[in-house]
Design a protein around this ligand. Sequence first.
Ligand code: 5AD
Ligand code: SF4
Length: 435
Amino acid sequence: MTEPKKLFIKTYGCQMNVYDSERMAESLGASGYVQTDTAEGADMVMINTCHIREKASEKLFSDLGRLRPAKEANPNLKIAVAGCVAQAEGAEILRRMPLVDLVVGPQSYHRLPQMEAKIQKGERAIDTEFPPEDKFDHLPERKAMRGPTAFLTVQEGCDKFCAFCVVPYTRGAEVSRPPERLLAEARNLASRGVRELTLLGQNVNAYSADGYGLARLIRELAGVEGIDRLRYMTSHPNDMEDDLIAAHGDCPQLMPYLHLPVQSGSDRILKAMNRKHTAADYLRVLDRIRAARPDILLTSDFIVGFPGETDADFQETLALVREVGYGMAYSFKYSARPGTPAAEKPEVETAIADARLQELQALLTSQQRAAQDAMVGQEVHVLYEKQGRQDGQMVGKSDHLHAVHVTDPAGKPGELVRVRVTESKTNSLAAVRLS
Ligand code: 5AD
Ligand code: SF4
């Protein structure tokens, strides 16, 4: 028997890249690769990239620079670039970086085995097409046993064209996977130990296939034997339909957690961003969701320093944050991305944008703290994911996605238990098991 080849994948960016990396590893498994967790001694190093902000993009080139000595020492080492930077800058990467053997865009992962065969012959391979066939239909079935949580990509791409965003260009138009395939994949994952699924899509609540919207898909997935918890991300406020909001109220498997990015609290900036909703529209959607599920934990994304943002605009963002009270949120300094409409506009001074980001992050951090502290004394459910660092300790996530440590020497990964929260620590809760 030949030794399996070792594959190391470094993943940047969103959860969809995490899911894709897993599927690529499975696909290369057919070509004799097993995944390792270090680049040292690997036969192939793959970098799964993110293009969303300049900083994320630049990491590819510093990683490649660091791989140069390893490639010189071992010319058989194969270097592959996948993900959204591969999609956006494919040919340029091959031109600038002679050490790269393979460049594959997010829609072409099912073609990896053929590409791998090509690079084994000493050629270079690139595929950044948007092929007509669905990559997921051509990837191998998922076989390995796994932890109790998994991602499931249900939708890809975006038709919204927010003025700052590269996603519609790198991931292409919105495409939803057929519900029967998703149900089959969910059953398969459940049979391998998965109890919690997070449905992924760049615009997941725009899911639409074979007469199914996201709400109907969630209700069917909730009926899959063994699936106890469902989440979804990322959503657009304009696609929060009535039936999806209703599901938050009456589908017990749907967890009380919603990531609903607003980006800014200023109507002027929202308009310039091409978001197609106002701050008041967004707040109305949140009111309806809270009416359906009062204990829901809300999270968001914000961009500060979008071209033309004045101090008054920024104050409106702070006011919106104060009004909502987020459980958690990501905030970013605007980063001009080539090819997007906003990249043409004059930028806000860096020092001003930096100061705004700091102020917003301080407010968001204090809200996150308050939301976590408010859990102390409450009874919640925790899905154990793994053993904790301390003896006899289990760690998992609560319904609200807080990390929870429980002293439970008999606990096992995959158990869904009831606990009482006793303490709020820096980034997690401590709890005692009740049942
Ligand atoms: N600059 C800064 N942040 C951005 N995002 C998307 N594009 C940009 C950009 N050009 C942020 C948005 C989005 C999240 C995934 O990344 O807040 O919701
Ligand atoms: Fe980008 Fe999200 Fe806007 Fe689509 S909805 S363009 S993915 S920020």
